[in-house]
Design a protein around this ligand. Structure first.
Ligand SMILES: [Zn+2]
Ligand SMILES: [Zn+2]
Length: 722
């Protein structure tokens, strides 16, 4: 009789033993379906000695596995990565495994998926909901559930449309092969510097061993073309290549660039995929049929058949850190995956994270530098506008020198970009009569006005409401005023000052799908946009040669939060957005509106003194023992019941470990004291780099009795302190 130890796809349990049915085999890594009580759960056959020893179960009490799923087994290096991730981030291994095996892994790839699309016939009886649905669906197709979500109607409405013949079924083959990329389709014309860098990356791919390479090139230096040569080397070796991107909005333009280089689009993996697309992509990745994969951080854990290289683009981006579920950092886990699989990991950035530069300094990462822009383009000129000396007009946000510069570009037919990292129209609505501020009922946060859709929205929980006519507090009429600018308000000002200018607002509200992002790029490239007004979404990846002016509307915004990376993040963000200017033959100009032009980060930006900034920042982190020279971890306790949360936080505080080198701060109410209706308290742990933080937390938290109504989130190496 054969036993198998199975790690199930549930956060609640460790591995369990099962009987392998007679006549079947379930070698290590096999994907299986197993009984758990009355349920059927997916899982993976794991090594016997893993995750400690569960209680021995007699052979006679073992239950049979239901099924061994006909997909390739999860390879040993990926099983080690699951264990490491679970161990390092103190997350249940079943939760990590779920990223390897999303639901689509268990679907039969040979069975087609039925999707629906509009026929053009209208149903005999129209209802308002049906009208909304037909308009929203347009020429797209999807499953009943996807179309219902797309149109924001119930599934019954969609099924009704199917019955009347307004929607027709389409069968989508889930195992259709992807086109084969051609590594010699359109080799780029590289500069000498690029060719030297590409040569190093290619050699690292051919060496088939673990190494981390930091591809550090100024904006516009052609990093993408360089790392594409590493992709070509992986293809030449018959292997796969994975490119991780920080935002799904960047995926679409990247797919186009890859298609231009390799003759066909790569396989995409992100949360915006339809069910049918996900299933097809997952199976092709696991079988080796997908050769180049461009994806969001969730692509990192997929079971690649034969991965040859991982590239993390814009590797400094903090959006690689996942802030719920398993709190992992995709850049750091990518390096670990390279370590377990024996393959090179390439981190590409114009403004590397201090963490990555410290690894270079310690001799652990290889540093490959591209110091100049491609094709002789020069770096833009940066200047600060002192908002105290040159303030905007009352009720306006753009200072006179920036307005003049915009007028000049409009006159010359060149494009401009205004950057403000704040969505919506205004971050705060205030009553002039009584001072009341409109707050989210579920969070310690103000409701942000979104005038384009006529709503107030909470950016933390998604709560929306129509803008009230009366003050909710004093019931005064017409007393509510918008305070402060968001991108929509800056766009309003641009519209008032330059009525003839064609503008585009770029935020996650307007560029919510890869298709929208592609449309935006097409419009800018076709010269249909004069002034772009955008959030951090426009700071990276885009290459618009006719864009010659960048205005940073409020450079101080990122410095307010006071978290340990505030200066670094501000430097990176402004350097990145500045990098959008003057990428063609015309030189670029960048104007930075600030009230603190003497702050070290502003001075370094204006002086183009990157090395000086990083050196000063490193010195101050070193003296504070802050990352990357020390370690932090956060415990976040939350409950719908304030007293439960407070009581538990206090108990954790009282039982806090007293260990040499470890400091424990708190518990204190979190800055976001309430989030999605849950009261939150935080504890912060600080220790030297060599300290075993995970061990201390495991012992500490493991000894506490846990009330059912409370939740604990553990955040190792936190990036968010709210
Ligand atoms: Zn009022
Ligand atoms: Zn909220």
């Amino acid at each position: 009789m054969t036993r198998a130890r199975v790690l199930l796809l549930t956060a609640a349990l460790g591995p369990l033993d099962y009987r392998v049915p007679q006549g079947s085999a379930a070698p290590l890594g096999s994907v299986v379906v197993a009984p758990l009580g009355p349920r059927r759960l997916g899982g993976v056959v794991w090594e016997d000695g893993s995750f400690g020893a569960p209680d021995p179960v007699g052979d006679n009490r073992l239950r049979n596995l239901y099924e061994i799923v006909p997909v390739p087994p999860v390879p040993a290096p990926l099983r080690r990565l699951v264990e490491w991730t679970s161990d390092y981030y103190l997350s249940p291994p079943g939760s990590v495994l779920r990223m390897v095996l999303p639901g689509v892994a268990f679907a039969d790839a040979r069975r087609p998926i039925i999707e629906y699309r509009a026929t053009g016939d209208l149903p005999p009886r129209m209802t308002p909901q049906r009208t909304v649905a037909i308009e929203a669906i347009g020429d797209r197709q999807g499953t009943v559930r996807e179309l219902a979500a797309l149109a924001n109607v119930s599934e019954a409405v969609i099924r009704g449309l199917v019955q009347t013949g307004a929607l027709e079924p389409v069968s989508v083959a889930a195992d259709a092969p992807y086109p084969e990329p051609d590594r010699s389709f359109a080799p780029p014309d590289l500069s000498d510097e690029q060719r030297a860098a590409a040569g190093q990356l290619k050699a690292a791919v051919e060496a088939r061993r673990f190494e981390t390479l930091l591809l550090d090139g100024v904006t516009g230096s052609g990093k993408t073309e360089v790392y594409m040569e590493a992709v070509a080397a992986a293809l030449a070796a018959g292997r796969q290549a994975l490119i991780l991107l920080p935002e799904i909005a960047l995926t679409e333009p990247m797919l186009t660039r890859f298609a231009a280089r390799f003759g066909c689009e790569p396989v995409a993996w992100h949360s915006g995929l339809r069910q049918a697309e996900r299933r097809r992509a997952w199976h092709a990745i696991a079988s080796g049929g997908a050769r180049i994969i461009v994806g969001a951080r969730s692509a990192l854990f997929l079971p690649y058949a034969d991965l040859g290289a991982i590239i993390v683009d814009e590797a400094h981006e903090t959006s690689f850190k996942q802030e719920d579920g398993v709190h992992y950092h995709a850049r750091d886990v990518a390096v670990m995956r390279g370590h377990f699989e024996g393959l090179p990991v390439i981190l590409a950035s114009a403004t590397p994270a201090l963490e990555s530069l410290a690894q270079v300094e310690a001799g652990r990462y290889r540093h490959i530098v591209l110091p100049a822009r491609y094709g002789g383009a020069t770096l833009p000129d940066l200047a600060a506008i002192d908002m105290r000396a040159d303030p905007p007009d009352r009720g306006r946000w753009l200072a006179p020198p920036l307005v003049d510069a915009l007028a000049d570009r409009l006159h010359k037919g060149e494009q401009s970009l205004l950057f403000l990292n704040r969505r919506g129209f205004a971050p705060l609505t205030l009553c002039r009569t009584c001072g009341h501020r409109i707050q989210c009922p579920n969070c310690t946060a103000w409701m942000v006005e979104h005038r384009l859709v006529h709503r107030l929205a909470c950016h933390h929980c998604g709560h929306v409401m129509p803008p009230p006519r009366l003050c909710p507090e004093c019931e005064d009429e017409d007393s509510l005023v918008a305070c402060g600018p968001g991108v929509e308000r800056v766009a309003d000002e641009v519209g008032l000052r330059f009525p003839e200018a064609r503008t585009a607002i770029v935020t996650s509200d307007t560029l919510w799908s890869p298709a929208k992002a592609a449309e935006f790029v097409d419009n800018v490239e076709a010269g249909l946009v004069d002034i772009i007004i955008g959030t951090q979404l426009v700071t990276k990846g885009y290459h618009f040669p006719n864009l010659t002016l960048v205005g940073v509307v409020d450079a101080d915004l990122g410095l307010d939060g006071g978290d340990l990376r505030a200066s670094e993040r501000t430097f990176q963000q402004i350097a990145q957005v500045a990098g959008r200017a003057g990428r063609g033959v015309k030189p670029g100009e960048v104007l930075i509106q600030t009230r603190v032009p003497d702050a070290p980060v502003m001075a370094a930006l204006v002086a183009n003194d990157r090395d000086g900034f990083y050196a000063a920042e490193a010195a101050s982190r070193k003296s504070a023992g802050a990352p990357p020279y020390g370690r932090f971890a956060a415990l976040i306790i939350s409950s719908e019941d304030l007293e439960v949360a407070r009581g538990l936080a206090q108990r954790l505080g009282q039982k806090a470990p007293v260990l040499d080198g470890l400091s424990v701060y708190g518990p204190a109410p979190a800055p976001l004291a309430m989030l999605r209706g849950r009261h939150r308290f935080r504890l912060l742990l600080h220790a030297p780099r060599s300290f075993d933080l995970q061990g201390a937390i495991r012992d500490w938290v493991g000894a506490i009795d846990w009330p059912a109504k409370a939740r604990l989130a553990i955040d190792i190496d936190p990036y968010s302190f709210v």
